[in-house]
Design a binder for this molecule. Sequence first.
Ligand code: FAD
Length: 321
Amino acid sequence: MHAFDFTAPARTDEALRLAGPGSAFLAGGTTLVDLLKLDVLTPRHVIDINDLPLRGIRGGHDGLRIGALERMTDVAQHRAVPPVVSRALLQSASPQLRNMATIGGNLLQRTRCGYFRDVTTPCNRREPGSGCPAQTGQNRAHAILGTSSGCVATHPSDLAVALVALDASIRLASRAGRRTVRLADFYRPPGTTPHIENDLKPGELIAEVVIPRLGWARRSTYVKVRDRRSYEFALASAAVALDLRGGRVRDARVAVGGVATVPWRLPGVEAALRGGPATEQAFAAAAEAAAEGARPLADNAFKVTLVRRTVVRALMEVSRS
Ligand code: FAD
């Protein structure tokens, strides 16, 4: 492991003063410490943020506000948290990891692409311009949506998929002040710059997640399909919320994970559901658009069908609840 300075400030302004290019914040450490050990990340300065006042789950004028340092377990168990968010969290990682890991860290975890995590292989995300062996190598778990010739790695966070479906925002803090960004606008598809994964500036901190008030999101769920039932990332997942009246869909939110380079909202599927009957046939017709624009690789064409079926399964589950 690379040598680095370590600080654990107790005040946010102090942490922001110390942060900048070459520094990394440490929250639960369940991603960061792994990547330090693998030499994938080599910050000069690690800033432990666990003593900062970034906790609490409370209702605000703009929705439910969740401090970035809240642990995944505590967020999942909170009664004000919509089911789609709780279920996404409870199907993530393992109980031990969820007790340690924070929601801020979860949203900033890095891809699990094996080439990204292995410093002996090229990877455009880790080392710009070095290449992307996954295009022709082992790519069964990789993305079919939002890919480029530079990168086909999936976004790993289940929570982010649920939050994008609910149109959540994050509140960011830096020495320059505070700003709020819709999570859907925060993540960047790889394009020609796979190493720029999101809109976070050097030294900027996620302070809070804000989930807008959406009464009908009580009728929501998260379905995750993976190679084993726990401790595994998604091959395909669907976050769904439905506003149902008299057997018809008044409104819908749908986003998918495990198949795209960023959490992937499906406005075409939502539009196709709106005004239609809440039946399996109508759900299957709407879900046809779930893989629109997909570019499968040699080993992951199965995800085209899988993502459509996962969306239908989630819609059926919610319509029966
Ligand atoms: P850290 O490791 O402390 O930080 C992660 C990154 O975020 C670092 O770059 C750090 O600098 C940055 N950071 C942290 N907090 C902030 C902040 N507030 N502001 C700015 N930057 C910050 N996740 C899933 O979604 N689904 C899964 O199925 C899943 N399975 C897993 C299985 C294993 C074996 C492991 C090890 C992890 C798995 N994860 C999964 C990932 C896990 O959820 C993340 O590691 C965890 O949520 C990261 O949170 P943390 O607090 O530990 O972050």
